[in-house]
Write a protein that binds this ligand. Structure first.
Ligand code: ATP
Ligand code: MG
Length: 427
C-alpha cells in the first residue's frame, strides 16, 4: 500500500496531504475533538479528528477504539507548537482496519513476568521497537563490514552429530532413531569452508543448554562466527578489534541518538584495545585480592573487574589448555597454554572467544583422545588436516552480549525479541 511513515511527516509543509497507517496508542476526547496518538514503526504523531468532518457513527467508533486498534488515516499536516514534535495531522478520513480487544494486557506498571509472557505484544512498545531497530542495524553493519573486507557468508547446519564446546551444554534430540544435537557453534563447518572460500562467516543461532540462570546466558543466541585461512592468533585479534571498533563507530554515526535514548552514556570504544595474557590477568586480579588458581577459567565477575582495572575493552590471550576446548592450538613456546583469546567488554565481560586452531593431524588426534572423545565422532573434522591443512584462526561473537554492552541492558533476555532461557521457551 502507498502510505507515508509517521517519521516523514515532521519535515512536511503545512497543508500537505498524507496517508498514514498504524496503530492507536491512545484516544482522548475533548468535546467535538478527538486526539489520537498514532503509532507506526517509525514513531508517534498526534491525529486530530473533528466531529463535523466525519459522520457521527464514525466519530463515535473512533472515540471508543481500544489501544492497538489498526487504522488508516488520510489528512493534512498542521504545524502547531502545542502538538508533540510541533506537527499534527488533521484527519479527513479515518478507516478502522481492525478494532482491538479492550483487554490489551500491556499496561503501565505490569510485572516483568507479564511482559515476558506477552512478549509477542510487548515488542510493540516504543522502547522495544527502538531496541529491535538497533539490533537489526547492528546485524546489517556486521554483515556489510565482513563482505567489504573479503569474507563470504557460509551457511552451516543446525542439526549436528558431535560436540564442539563440550558435552555439558548439548541439547540432544532424536534424529530418526539416532542421537543428534543442536549446534553449539558453527566453527567446525566454517573450518571446512575455508578450504573452499578462505575467508568465511556465518550469522546464525547457536544452542547451549546453560543450566544456570545468569544475566548473560541464553539457551539460543545469535552467533557471529568468522574463520580465516592463513591466519594466526595475532591476525585474528587484529580482525576482532577492527570489526568491533569499526561497526560500533558506524552504528553510533548512523543511529547514535536512538542508542543514547536507551543508554545515555554510550560512546563507541576506541582502538587499540589493551592486550594482556592470562598470566598477567591473574596477577592484576591478585593485586585486587582476587585469587585465581592457575588453570582455572575466569568467571563473569572476574572479567568485569579486569575490564575496570584496565579501564576499557581488553583482550586476554594464552589461556591454560585446561580452560579451553580441544581444537585450540597449543603455544609452540609453552605447551600448557593455547593460542586463544577472549575479548572482554565493560558491563558484560566476554563478548568474543577466538584463537588459532590446531592444523596438525597428529596433534589434533592426540587432543581429542586426551579429552576423552572418540576420534570416530570427529572423523570428518580430522579429514580437514589430511588434505592440505593450513594455519587458520577464527572467532565467535555473541550478538546479544554486545547489545547488552551497547544499551546497558539489565539482562541479556532484553537483547532478543523472543528469548530462550532455562525458564522460558514461550512465547
Ligand atoms: P561463557 O564463558 O560466557 O559462558 P563461552 O566461553 O562458553 O562463554 P564461547 O564458546 O567462547 O562462549 O562462544 C563465543 C561467544 O558466544 C561468547 O564470547 C559470547 O559472546 C557468546 N555466548 C556464548 N554462550 C552464550 C550464551 N549462552 N548466551 C549468549 N551468548 C553466548
Ligand atoms: Mg569463550
Amino acid at each position: 500500500m502507498e502510505k507515508n511513515y509517521i517519521g516523514e511527516v515532521f519535515s512536511k509543509n503545512e497543508g500537505e496531504k498524507v496517508k498514514l497507517a498504524g496503530w492507536v496508542h491512545t484516544v482522548a476526547s475533548l468535546g467535538k475533538l478527538l486526539f489520537i496518538n498514532l503509532r507506526d514503526s517509525s514513531g508517534f504523531v498526534q491525529v486530530v479528528v473533528k466531529k463535523d468532518k466525519l459522520d457521527p457513527a464514525g466519530f463515535d467508533e473512533i472515540k471508543g477504539l481500544g489501544r492497538e486498534s489498526s487504522v488508516i488515516v488520510e489528512g493534512e499536516v498542521r504545524r502547531d507548537k502545542r502538538a508533540p514534535g510541533g506537527v499534527e495531522i488533521l484527519a479527513q478520513k479515518v478507516v478502522v482496519v481492525s478494532a482491538s480487544n479492550k483487554d490489551f494486557p500491556i499496561r503501565k506498571g505490569v510485572s516483568s513476568k507479564v511482559l515476558g509472557d506477552y512478549r509477542h505484544l510487548s515488542i510493540r512498545s516504543r522502547k522495544f521497537s527502538k531496541l529491535l531497530l538497533i539490533r537489526s542495524e547492528l546485524l546489517r553493519l556486521f554483515r556489510e563490514w565482513l563482505i567489504r573486507n573479503g569474507f563470504r557468508e557460509f551457511s552451516c547446519p543446525t542439526l549436528i552429530t558431535a560436540a564442539c564446546e563440550g558435552g555439558a551444554t548439548l541439547f540432544e534430540l532424536n534424529y530418526f532413531g539416532k542421537k543428534a544435537y543442536l549446534t553449539q557453534s558453527s566453527q567446525f563447518y566454517l573450518e571446512a569452508g575455508i578450504f573452499s572460500l578462505e575467508k568465511v562467516f556465518t550469522l546464525q543461532p547457536s544452542f547451549r543448554a546453560e543450566k544456570s540462570k545468569t544475566r548473560r546466558h541464553l539457551t539460543e543466541f545469535w552467533h557471529l562466527e568468522v574463520e580465516e585461512a592463513w591466519c594466526d592468533l595475532n591476525g585474528i585479534i587484529n580482525l576482532e578489534e577492527a570489526i568491533v571498533a569499526d561497526v560500533l563507530r558506524e552504528l553510533d554515526s548512523k543511529i547514535g541518538h536512538e542508542i543514547r535514548s536507551i543508554n545515555p552514556n554510550f560512546s563507541p570504544p576506541q582502538k587499540p584495545f589493551k592486550r594482556i595474557t592470562y598470566d598477567e590477568a591473574i596477577t592484576l586480579l591478585s593485586r585486587e585480592g582476587i585469587q585465581i588458581e592457575w588453570g582455572s577459567d575466569l568467571g563473569a565477575d572476574e572479567e568485569k573487574i579486569l575490564v575496570n582495572i584496565v579501564g576499557g575493552p581488553v583482550f586476554v590471550t594464552h589461556f591454560p589448555k585446561s580452560t579451553r576446548a580441544f581444537y585450540h592450538k597449543p603455544d609452540p613456546q609453552r605447551n600448557e597454554v593455547v593460542l586463544s583469546n577472549d575479548l572482554l567488554f565493560p558491563k558484560v565481560g566476554e563478548i568474543i572467544g577466538g584463537g588459532e586452531r590446531i592444523s596438525d593431524y597428529d596433534v589434533l588426534l592426540r587432543r581429542i583422545k586426551e579429552e576423552g572423545y572418540s576420534p570416530e565422532d570427529y572423523s570428518w573434522y580430522l579429514d580437514l588436516r589430511k588434505y592440505g591443512s593450513v594455519p587458520h584462526a577464527g572467532f565467535g561473537l555473541g550478538i546479544e552480549r554486545i547489545l547488552v554492552y551497547i544499551l546497558d541492558l539489565p539482562n541479556i533476555k532484553f537483547a532478543v525479541p523472543f528469548p530462550r532461557t532455562i525458564s522460558r521457551i514461550y512465547p
